[in-house]
Design a protein around this ligand. Structure first.
Ligand code: ADP
Ligand code: MG
Length: 444
């Protein structure tokens, strides 16, 4: 049956073709599940693989961790220090302080960076007494050697801090805290946001039932995407799954062009992320619109902001996908902000394309999750909890349900029903606090 738009009218053939290019077959997605599993195995065995499967040195919480923990979340221009109170499976933020860097700090010294961070720590611990464990969420590439030792790799996002690469970021923070006389604050762990999501959900589960099976997978779907999982025999690993390159097999022309034309991440890198994460979905839609505008009577919008790369962000894509207003006035507003006056037919076509891009992201996420879950439990005989956080998962209309649909599409329904997706909103600092508390207990 020919595809139809929301009003039940047959889609323009070129729009239908674009939607088809953005809709991988079930069989292709099943191949992706297998490819993801193989890439995990290769990464774990140290063979060449687009999945690095990095050790995290993090252990599952018991659920009885308690007390106050400091968390530093730093990965760019802005950062935050929080005081988190743990107890009974709950992680509650009791104080926080934001810090920000100047443009010039990006090429300044590591001492300067960690001094700014230590200053923010000093402000939040003023009212606290006694020893305090600290968890550092470090959102640049790093190689962990222990849970409390992470060597910085080359920086990203325009940062070129002097004296950082090759140095242990936990030690740099310790020294900066020492300069301020904050020796009672112990840098106990360097954490990753994806692992933090997993650990926070485990803490919630075990805080209420100590013998319960913890969460086994963490997933972030925000600006970027990543998975972490507790793997039998290998412990909790950080997949760096945004880099999974098996998606090339289901890429549309717009994905390939985006990958080719973007300098950072370099062509070939972060292929999965470039098709599934919030940093890219809007741009994929924009590229499809521009292309169709050249080959069809629709979208003759040259001269508007749609010519400009990255002008259509994923929040707007969500707005279009969610728009059920009469005459699609919500979409009209979004397009007007880009300098476009559209017809109803065009608005309906944009909505079809937006939903194709968003729906594909959900099915790709389902396939990648099944790769991990069937690596752990090939027949999905047991129940499994996946902890998920991120702006796309929480913000795209019906995203969680689309992922569940994808799981049912790719696994038998009964087995898909054993996979529980737990949305752990704003999990990063709370989860890092649990990671630091677990590490501090072991170090004590
Ligand atoms: P990160 O920590 O990776 O920057 P977050 O989890 O905070 O990401 O999510 C922010 C990202 O989520 C934004 O960059 C945007 O791409 C996406 N996002 C935010 N709101 C929405 C929304 N309503 N619909 C779809 N994507 C959204
Ligand atoms: Mg985040």
């Amino acid at each position: 049956m020919a595809p139809r738009d929301d009003l039940g009218r047959q889609s323009h053939p070129a729009v239908a073709a674009a939607v088809a290019a953005l809709t991988p077959s079930t069989e292709a997605l099943r191949d992706l599940v297998r490819a993801f599993r193989s890439a995990m195995a290769a990464g774990l065995a140290g063979r060449p693989s687009s999945l690095k499967m990095l050790p995290t040195f993090v252990e599952q919480p018991r659920g009885d961790e308690s007390g106050r923990v400091i968390v530093v979340d730093w990965g760019g221009t802005n950062g935050r220090v929080s005081v988190i109170e743990l107890g009974g499976g709950d992680a509650r933020m009791v104080a926080e302080d934001d810090f920000a860097f100047r443009e010039s700090d990006r090429t300044g010294s590591a001492e300067r960076v960690f001094d700014v961070i230590a200053g923010a720590v000093e402000r939040v611990v003023r009212g606290e007494s006694g020893p305090l464990p600290l968890g550092l969420v470090y959102s640049f590439p790093a190689r962990l050697e222990r849970v409390d030792r992470a060597l910085a790799l080359s920086l990203t996002k325009g940062w070129r801090t002097v004296g950082l690469e090759g140095h242990d970021v936990a030690e740099l923070l310790r020294v900066a805290l020492g300069r301020r006389g904050l020796g009672r604050v112990t840098v106990a762990a360097v954490a990753n946001d994806t692992v933090a999501a997993l650990i926070l959900q485990s803490y919630r589960i075990r805080g209420h039932a100590a013998v319960a099976t913890p969460a086994e997978v963490g997933l972030i779907l925000g600006t970027g995407t990543n998975q972490a999982a507790d793997l039998p025999g290998a412990g909790i690993r950080n997949h760096e799954s945004g880099n999974f390159d098996g998606v090339e097999a289901v890429a549309a022309p717009w994905d390939r062009a985006l990958d080719r034309e973007l300098a950072d991440p370099a062509p070939g890198a972060q292929r999965f992320e470039k098709m599934a994460a919030g940093g890219y979905l809007g741009e994929i839609l924009r590229r499809a619109i521009v292309d169709l505008g050249r080959s069809t009577p629709l979208f003759r919008w040259a001269g508007s902001a749609t010519d400009t790369p990255w002008s259509l962000d994923t929040v707007r894509l969500s707005g279009v996908a969610a728009d059920e207003s009469e005459d699609r006035s919500g979409t009209d507003e979004i397009l007007r902000a880009l300098g476009v006056i559209s017809t109803l037919e065009e608005r309906l076509a944009v909505r079809e394309l937006a939903r194709a891009v968003g729906g594909r992201a959900a099915r790709l996420v389902a396939a990648a999750l099944l790769g991990t879950l069937t690596f752990i439990d090939p027949e999905l005989d047991s129940e499994h909890t996946v902890a998920v956080d991120g702006g796309v998962y929480g913000g795209y209309p019906g995203f969680a349900e689309r992922v569940r649909d994808g799981l049912r599409e790719l696994a038998r329904a009964q087995r898909a029903g054993r996979v529980h997706l737990a949305y752990v909103k704003d999990s990063t600092s709370a989860g890092a606090a649990v990671i630091a508390a677990v590490a501090a207990r072991r170090q004590a």
